[in-house]
Design a protein around this ligand. Sequence first.
Ligand code: BGC
Length: 823
Amino acid sequence: MTGNPYGEFDDARREYVIHRPDTPLPWLNYLGQDELIGLCTNTAGGFTFWRDARLRRLTRYRHNNVPLDLGGRYLYVNDGGTVWNPGWKPTKTPLERYECRHGLGYTRLVGARDGVEVKQLFFVPPGETAELWQTTVTNTGAAAKDLRLYSYVEFCFYEALNDMTNLQRTYSIGEVEVEGPAIYHTTEYRERRSHYTLFACTRETQGFDTSRDAFVGVHNGLHEASVPFTGASQGSIAHGWNPIGSHELRLRLEPGASETFAFVLAYVDQGEEPRFERPGVVNKATGRRLLERLAEPGAVDTAFDELRAMWDGLLSRFQVECPEPSLGRMLNTWNQYQCMTTFNLSRSASLYETGIGRGMGFRDSNQDLLGFVHLVPDRARQRILDLAATQLADGTCYHQYQPLTKKGNAEIGGDFYDDHLWLILSTCAYVKETGDTSILAAPVGYADRPGSRDDLLHHLETSIAYTLANRGAHSLPLIGHADWNDCLNLNCFSTEPDESFQTTGDVEGSAAESVMIAGLFLYASRELAALYRHLGRPDDEERLGRAYDEMLAAVEEHGWDGDWYLRAFDAEGRAVGSHERDEGAIFIESQGWCVLGGAGVGNGRARKALESVHERLYTEHGVLLHQPAFTRYHPELGEISSYPPGYKENASVFCHAHTWIDLAWCLLGDGDRALDYYLSICPATKEDRIETYRNEPYVYSQMIAGRDAAVPGEARNSWLTGTAAWSFVVAAQGILGVQPDYDGLRIDPCVPPSWDRFHVTRRFRGVVHEITVLNPNGVCGGVRAMTVDGRRVPGNLIPLSTGTGTIHVEVVLGAEQAAEAFG
Ligand code: BGC
């Protein structure tokens, strides 16, 4: 048992079990793995959308409600006048038993009182656009029970921003149709939509409501909704206002008896089918078929088995047994699961991202892919091409795009001069994982040249060319609106509260430069050079090598501050992240990327930079983004100095950037540091301090409040963060050292000397690699000997095998063939 009174990991079942509904913050899970996505908290709160949280939202959710997390997939139980919910909310009637199990793509709830137990299982079957709520009601008492159950969802008019802002219109457009247990939300179907939302029950129902006013009562809260308390559905039909879906089910259960049925919440696209059965009446054939299919005996169980099998298959691609339980727990289950979620959603929809403001981030999605590509490479391939299609002909990119339209978001535009370089990292990762070089020739246009076609490889070249051609006085890359740190705005100078830090300020003609982008360029150009080597194009490899050398020279000449790398040069050419500054003297992004890019090798700077980070920025909660925190607003630095000290980009532990330092330690071969850093932000280690940490202990959060904050160690913004993918890279490729490469799997671990062995199962290019790594001499890394199926293999590359079966690899760590000394 840990010191966490709210819940615990159930590793065998790959579930996180929550024992109390009143968690320090709502603890979220995601249902759905591809098109239909539901957010589901531990009290059944959340909403559901199809593909795009802004443009195809099926159910409503008011973020930042009072109380937090109100609205969701509710079931009210009226047992002889006492009304309760199995997930506790919204009535919060005390439960004798409550349990929530968040699993991979599903959430189970159990609520019980007065001899009635309700179990609910929420999930989206693979390949379906329907969310199912399998529900089992059991009479656990000694007397017969007459129960009334009321389901409840509130429909959204699909376009989520309009839905909450344009009430003078939306209050007049709501339409529904009801057919037995099937409620059809058909708003705007008559005119321009060819899709509707179906909310149905696989069991016979005894009543329904579709008007929120009728079901809840205009002046009531959901906890006192009038229909569940009066016990009588109104049969209301919504004409405008706020359509909802609610079924009434009457159940008589003898002692010991139980009944199982399911609610179905589906997005139904009419496709080519006629849209109307007769004038004004929606063609429900597709919805009816779906419902019939799901109402077949055993259909829901089969669908759930498919979901479980899908995840078992996915996770079997990477599994580890190692001496550190938190690393194993995260890597084997939760981290990979979170990587799927960040891949699906980028930063669009969570409890902290409303699904309205941001679509798919360009740099975010390219990085998310690094933790996902081994799971479903085909989807990664498509994502790379979608991202590339939002690149402009000059090499810059739209910063974000909408998932539904795949069109760049004009409101924010582009000109974040790191964005385009991340495309190189994702593409190379994809080719290393799959060997599929055909993607490089895939035709992709430029977003500002309708009808244009280029191949993906050329997009990567365009990215390199842009950075090379847009450098400042120190030959370092210009920063534009910002680099990875969206809040370091060196061209903005905003003094008006209503301006956006991201888009205000002209980047044309500005001289502000980024050392972090320079480091990223080093990394990206080396990656591309290695790709050319693989493709057998020595001239291109050499050309990239020259570009690399040139950038490296600029970094070493102008980017070094004495004990660490500078962060940037501002628009006036003054150093940012320098000991000369009283605030923001040292930043981690440039230390991470310069070292990862190969700067500081042979001159001791790489190690020096990381030691400076350790000395000044390392805390028990992780590495701070910079120090000292900004205590006053610096218009020449922008949004970063607008946050209170210790929060967000102003000196919190911004977990995403923390991981780069960790990876850099791996490169330097310090296994104790690597693991220590890994664990410092690892959510599974936060259970003992959960009252402070507050967020879900099974997924990474974007930030943990830094030492300058009121409550250091408090996490914010869970789930959608680049930390997921990068932590996977750190653990899988850095610490365990299992690295996909063009010609095989490379083994280059960086573990604490105290680890005597570990085992990794890795599916790679169709072959299961069972890799046992032994550490008889207590070293951090270096491969002394390696055998593949008993045969000695030189070096540390497991060559590609031709078969599709399993190969057994044994690796002995030791000094003899240690990787080249670094730093
Ligand atoms: C954004 C990232 C950005 C990071 C640091 C996140 O909220 O999604 O794109 O790199 O913040 O500013």
